[in-house]
Design a protein around this ligand. Structure first.
Ligand SMILES: *[C@@H]1O[C@H](CO)[C@@H](O)[C@H](O)[C@H]1NC(C)=O
Ligand SMILES: *[C@@H]1O[C@H](CO)[C@@H](O)[C@H](O)[C@H]1NC(C)=O
Ligand SMILES: *[C@@H]1O[C@H](CO)[C@@H](O)[C@H](O)[C@H]1NC(C)=O
Ligand SMILES: *[C@@H]1O[C@H](CO)[C@@H](O)[C@H](O)[C@H]1NC(C)=O
Ligand SMILES: *[C@@H]1O[C@H](CO)[C@@H](O)[C@H](O)[C@H]1NC(C)=O
Length: 301
């Protein structure tokens, strides 16, 4: 499954669920635009104070997220700009593996004005999801009470495992994402984890005829969250997975406060932080084996 196929399928899902505009891959390859959400219903006028506040906000998010500041991790920034009634609240976040030393660290958030004053011109509440960074701004103080359900979009790959394998494959993905969520929440200060699940059993896929042995995953919370809230945020996404990804071999749930992604190809930089080996599939029940069923336990959800 290549990136292009992925983006196209994301577009289909987005159109079906929320009639968002069709995503396209433009800008620098390092900062591929995945999708965006222009909240439909709240508008500002051309050259208004609100617009100039958005411009200032985006510039300071880009600058501050790329800079090391006391008690604020690199790769994350929040900001409030302007006086009432034109106040704008904003948040910018780099993907955990893109937050320092890469070209993206200085370029991804800086691209946000293209969408803000292009496709989302005039809209007051906007979220933009690049491959390597996320930004949201709003006339509502969404920073005061983080709610990951306010903005949430998902996409799934075109490729699926066979229907008979969907439950087992889904359980492996859930097990990987669960382990990554534990790691990100409790073992890091960046609240980011990447990892891989390796399976002896190959999963044949359609329509592409691949045999999938490795599932790569990534989860991330904003780094201002304590371990408990971060883990809780990710669990909310994990709980949605069965309904959203029914045997698809790739997918993402993108949101502001935490997000997750899995793919058969390796899509993150650096070595996986978590490596898991899938347990062997439970053999079909048979009278002979029934007294020895100790080893093959499916992974916990
Ligand atoms: C805004 O919402 C209305 C009603 O829900 C819909 O008809 C219209 O197409 C939407 N506009 C955009 C740009 O999404
Ligand atoms: C906004 O400002 C630009 C540049 O100053 C100007 O060309 C344009 O006419 C202005 N638009 C409105 C609606 O005032
Ligand atoms: C960016 O960081 C600087 C230095 O910490 C801070 O003074 C400034 O208020 C920040 N900008 C915004 C918009 O938060
Ligand atoms: C998943 O897909 C299969 C067909 O491939 C279908 O029978 C099943 O109902 C689907 N499950 C969900 C939860 O959508
Ligand atoms: C944290 O890391 C250690 C090894 O460094 C590992 O054994 C442990 O399972 C990890 N904890 C979580 C919650 O992932």
């Amino acid at each position: 499954m290549d990136m292009h196929g992925y983006v196209c399928s994301a577009a289909v899902v987005l159109v079906l669920f929320s009639s968002f505009p069709k995503p396209s891959a433009d800008s620098a390859a390092m900062a591929e635009l995945v999708t965006w959400k222009c909240d439909n219903g709240t508008y500002y006028g051309e050259n208004s104070s609100y617009q100039s506040n958005v411009r200032i906000l985006l510039a300071s998010l880009a600058a501050n997220a790329s800079r090391s500041r006391p008690s604020f991790p690199v790769g994350f920034a929040t900001a409030v700009v302007g006086a009432s009634p034109d106040t704008v609240w904003g948040l910018g976040l780099y993907r955990g593996d893109a937050s320092s030393g890469t070209e993206c660290a200085s370029s991804c958030l800086a691209l946000a004005p293209e969408v803000a004053f292009g496709r989302c011109m005039g809209v007051k509440d906007v979220s933009i999801f690049y491959d390597r960074c996320t930004v949201r701004y709003s006339f509502r103080d969404f920073l005061a009470s983080p709610d990951n359900r306010q903005v949430q979009v998902w996409g799934a790959s075109d490729d699926s495992v066979a229907p008979r394998d969907a439950a087992r494959f889904g359980a492996l993905v859930a097990s990987l994402v669960g382990a990554l969520s534990d790691w990100a929440a409790f073992n890091t200060t960046t609240r980011y984890a990447s990892g891989v699940m390796v399976s002896d059993q190959g999963f044949p896929t359609t329509p592409s005829k691949d045999l999938v042995h490795r599932i790569n995953g990534l989860v991330q919370c904003t780094p201002d969250q304590a371990p408990g809230p971060c883990r809780h945020c990710l669990q909310g996404l994990i709980d949605e997975m069965p309904a959203v990804f029914n045997g698809t071999v790739g997918g993402r749930i993108l949101a502001v406060w935490c997000s997750l992604r899995f793919e058969v190809h390796e899509f993150y930089d650096g070595s996986p932080m978590v490596m898991l080996v899938a347990p062997h599939p439970t053999p079909p029940p048979s009278p002979v084996r029934s007294t020895h069923q100790t080893a093959a336990v499916p992974p916990a959800m």
